[in-house]
Design a protein around this ligand. Structure first.
Ligand code: AMP
Length: 376
């Protein structure tokens, strides 16, 4: 199937071609016509499947036919769990909407930065991407009105619930007009997600893209057993020996992320840590530099384990294992994206061996485990 068969306007088809997208991904084949036809949608898919374009393209091709709204009354609202995801989705909306003759203004708003510039920037916005807390602050200060929203997107609904945003989402939904199109995306379909989908979706088109196993298949996983005290030297050995273009390292705490990045720098390896205690500016800069390839090594907490798209990231290293097997899958899923292969390496201390067995059992995959004794 070609993009030209999906009912998208010709200006967008040109922009899609320029972006190098040759063919629609499975999720896009299904969602694009359904959204253009005004259907509600439940998409069970994770980032990496082409999910963002699957809603951005049909939304901007239908919004252009609608009337212009009053200032500060937005047409499209996208709610996301993290600031990084908000910025990423804003980029995709901007990328594609600038090809259209109509002026569509997109803005991402999120907490952790000053609210005033966001209030000013909200003038004449059509498409707003927001994290729940900051959105509520903006609604309460009347900087934005939700009573004319025509399309609502809840992205990563399972993560929104995991982060405890249920009350905020209920509040936001109460501010919306009853008649609207609802698109709900989630990596997993758990009870919480089912509840929200029943609450907000009207006769939805249900699309399940079984990317999780396929994604993992594209990733070569291995692990090294190593004493805790030897993890640093092993990490440096692996970085020096391998010719990776970039490396994303996960730790389980903020303290450890800083500590690992510091030690790498002290040993002459340029690295930056990213976690929730860093300022939003520092987080944005680090992520931008990493995405553009200017930063080679990023050390992150699970803040980055979901939703973040880093083009052609060759390797993810688990310096420490995450508590949940699901987070393990999300972490390693930062590599092997968009049809590319990738590598995931875990450093397993004696204390973590039992937990690693559980992770392998849960993901139904045996990982090759090597001893690090001869290496460090
Ligand atoms: P997402 O799941 O939205 O994070 O997208 C993952 C990656 O796939 C992004 O880098 C997109 O630019 C890319 N992508 C999305 N759709 C296509 C497509 N049809 N062909 C090639 N790349 C795509």
């Amino acid at each position: 199937m070609a993009f030209s068969e999906l009912g998208l306007p010709k200006e967008l088809l040109i922009a899609i071609e320029k972006e190098g997208y040759e063919r629609p991904y499975p999720i896009q084949m299904e969602t694009i016509p359904a959204i253009i036809n005004g259907k509600d949608l439940l998409g069970i898919a994770k980032t990496g499947s082409g999910k963002t374009a699957s809603f951005v393209l049909p939304i901007i091709s239908t919004i252009r036919k609608r009337k212009t709204l009053k200032n500060r009354h937005i047409n499209v609202l996208v709610i996301v769990p993290t600031r990084e995801l908000a910025i990423q989705i804003e980029t995709v909306f901007k990328l594609f909407s600038r090809s259209l003759p109509e002026k569509l203004k997109t803005l991402a708003v999120y907490g952790g930065v000053s609210i005033n510039p966001q209030m000013i920037a909200l003038q004449n916005v059509n498409i707003l991407i927001a994290t729940p807390g900051r959105l509520i602050e903006l609604v309460e200060s009347k900087a934005v009105h939700l009573d004319q929203v025509e399309t609502l997107v809840l992205d990563e609904a399972d993560k929104l619930l995991n982060l405890g945003f249920k009350k905020e989402m209920d509040f936001i939904i109460r501010c919306l007009p009853v008649k609207r199109q609802n698109l709900l995306f989630s990596a997993t379909l758990n009870e919480g997600v089912e509840n929200i989908s029943q609450l907000i979706l009207n006769d939805p088109c249900v699309i399940k893209i079984g990317v999780e196993e396929n994604d993992i298949d594209a990733i070569v996983q291995k692990a090294y057993t190593v004493e805790d005290s030897k993890k640093g030297p092993l990490l440096r050995y692996l970085i020096k020996e391998s010719e990776w273009k970039q490396v994303l390292i996960f730790t389980s705490s903020i303290y450890k992320a800083d500590n690992v990045a510091d030690k790498l720098r002290k040993n002459g390896i340029e690295a930056t840590a990213i976690h929730s205690k860093k300022s939003q500016l520092a987080r944005n800069t680090a992520l931008e530099k990493f995405k553009s390839g200017d930063l080679k090594i990023l050390v992150a907490t699970d803040l980055l384990s979901r939703g973040i798209d880093i083009l052609e990231l060759p390797v993810v290293i688990n310096y420490e294992l995450p508590r949940s097997p699901k987070d393990y899958v999300h972490r390693i899923g930062r590599t092997g994206r968009a049809d590319k292969s990738g590598e995931a390496i875990s450093l397993i201390s004696p204390d973590e061996e039992h937990h690693f067995k559980i992770i392998q059992k849960k993901m139904k995959k045996q990982v090759d485990i090597f001893s690090s004794i001869d290496l460090v």
